[in-house]
Design a protein around this ligand. Structure first.
Ligand SMILES: Nc1ncnc2c1ncn2[C@@H]1O[C@H](COP(=O)(O)OP(=O)(O)OP(=O)(O)O)[C@@H](O)[C@H]1O
Ligand SMILES: [Mg+2]
Length: 247
């Protein structure tokens, strides 16, 4: 285990009642690394990344993110929320708040940032995701791709060190996927640490440093994107790739 790791998950075991969803997982991510997690539905990908920011409890093992032992105390759990951002498949924006308010609300609640400063940060982030003109709109007036870019801006407002993405483009219309991936590629260049569950192979090949393939609650194989896609080692990975390539 290297000192350069920002995420250290050691021997993680998790159950949903009797169901063993994560089986003795070791998962480490270096600062600035872009890791893509893939695998069949139900393999435990969402559960794995939700453990990294404490959205899920674990039954055994240890998760240390930026020297914070997440599950050791409530206080640690709170501090991790400011360090690890998360972007979900279905955006999870607040429908009754404007785009600007969606981005400022957590700054106010979690970080006590003053309103003027929070607005300024939010406008800068909206510019970054190319949605400045939507500041006063409501989520229902935006396309899926636009909503997802707002969700990314909202997560960046907390100045996280790590950003977790859970299938950020899989609920989008094909024509809006490119804009979201383009924002994510920009982040990848900015030295954020990113863990992204996705089956977007183009994204994985272009910016991924490593692919982690999961099945039935275990990490079956991990490799560089090129090696994984061109020469998957396990039968399970070969079948999975065959499956996604034919869809
Ligand atoms: N809250 C829960 N209670 C009980 N079982 C759950 C819960 N959340 C997930 N599971 C089960 O755990 C397994 C792993 O779920 P998870 O959502 O992590 O898979 P996934 O790899 O992200 O799948 P998908 O590609 O469909 O998103 C699945 O069998 C799922 O039904
Ligand atoms: Mg999932």
């Amino acid at each position: 285990m290297s000192k350069d790791n920002i995420i250290n998950m050691k021997k993680i075991n998790k159950y949903y009642d009797d169901f063993h969803v994560l089986k003795n997982i070791d998962f480490h991510v270096k600062k600035g690394e872009i890791v893509v997690v893939c695998g069949p539905s139900g393999s435990g990908k969402s559960t794995l990344i939700r453990c990294i920011n404490g959205l899920e409890d674990i039954d055994a093992g240890e998760i240390i993110v930026d020297d914070i032992n997440i599950h050791a105390s409530k206080k640690n759990m709170q501090s991790i929320r400011g360090e690890v951002g998360m972007v979900f498949q279905h955006f999870n924006l607040f429908p009754h708040l404007t785009i600007l308010e969606n981005i400022t609300i957590a700054q106010d609640l979690v970080k006590n940032v003053k309103k003027d400063e929070a607005n300024k940060i939010a406008m800068e982030l909206l510019k970054k995701v190319k949605l400045s003109e939507k500041a006063n709109s409501y989520p229902s007036d935006l396309s899926g791709g636009q909503k997802q870019r707002v969700a990314i801006a909202r997560s960046l407002a907390m100045k996280p060190k790590v950003i977790l993405f859970d299938e950020p483009t899989s609920a989008l219309d094909p024509e809006t996927i490119g804009d979201v991936l383009s924002v994510m590629k920009d982040l990848a260049k900015e030295n954020f640490t990113i863990v992204c569950v996705t089956h977007e192979m183009g994204f994985a090949k272009e910016v991924g440093d490593r692919i982690v393939f999961m099945d039935h609650g275990v990490i079956v194989e991990e490799n560089s994107p090129k090696a994984f896609f061109e020469n998957p080692q396990s039968k399970r990975a070969q079948n999975f790739l065959k499956e996604i390539l034919t869809h």
